[in-house]
Design a protein around this ligand. Sequence first.
Ligand code: 5GP
Ligand code: ZN
Length: 111
Amino acid sequence: MNDCLFCKIIAGEIPSAKVYEDDKVYAFKDIHPQAPVHVLIVPKRHMANILECDAETAAALTDAIRAIAVQEGVDASGFRVISNCGRDGAQSVNHLHVHLLGGRALPESMA
Ligand code: 5GP
Ligand code: ZN
């Protein structure tokens, strides 16, 4: 029924390196890390991207970002959160996800 890659990861049908989990959120290491810390944070309920994100889910994602930043030791040094949306945002997986990147000095430019 659901052919979504991240839904399969959340369900444990596809293995992932879990970093964090609560009742609303699952987080795991990106398979192609762009930084020493590169975590994907996803709502357990399927939604395509940030355009479909309700306030409760946004709050749960924010709480998870904070907890993961502390857990991964980048809260003091700093980090970046990115959520690619749609074609021009280069979103490749159509299940809302936030990238948390850190562990090195990231370039100023995002483009
Ligand atoms: P997007 O380009 O949609 O913002 O990000 C999708 C991310 O998912 C990419 O950074 C990519 O490396 C990651 N990714 C794609 N397939 C898998 C997978 O099977 N496992 C994990 N852990 N990450 C994946
Ligand atoms: Zn999904």
